[in-house]
Design a protein. Structure first.
Length: 112
């Protein structure tokens, strides 16, 4: 598979890993939009939110179970953070492996 995030998960492309378990991988974004910007991906390849099914939706639950641990390890669990998922090219999805952005370390930011 020619997926950037699959290659990062498999160690074929280096990343600044901040968290990993058997189902989830998280790394610092290479073009951060906030002081803390982490990309969180399931190790199972799912192209986008449009491709979530009853058979694979547990991958999203795994991510949301990991988020509090990641936020705590980064020191932003108490101050707050934002979780963002872009679905499709018009929403800004550039890598078609479902992923969530954890953004924090600053107050506010643009809300849509």
């Amino acid at each position: 598979m020619d997926c950037l995030f699959c290659k990062i998960i498999n160690g074929e492309i280096p990343s600044d890993k901040v968290y990993e378990n058997d189902k989830v991988y998280a790394f610092r974004d290479i073009a951060p939009q906030a002081p803390i910007h982490v990309v969180i991906v399931p190790k199972t390849h799912i192209a986008s939110a449009n491709d979530i099914t009853a058979d694979n939706s547990s991958a999203v639950a795994d991510i949301y179970e990991a988020i509090p641990e990641i936020a705590k390890s980064l020191g932003i669990s108490e101050s707050g953070y934002r979780i963002v998922n872009n679905c499709g090219k018009d929403a800004g999805q550039t890598v078609f492996h479902i992923h969530f952005h954890l953004l924090g370390g600053e107050t506010g930011g643009k809300m849509y």
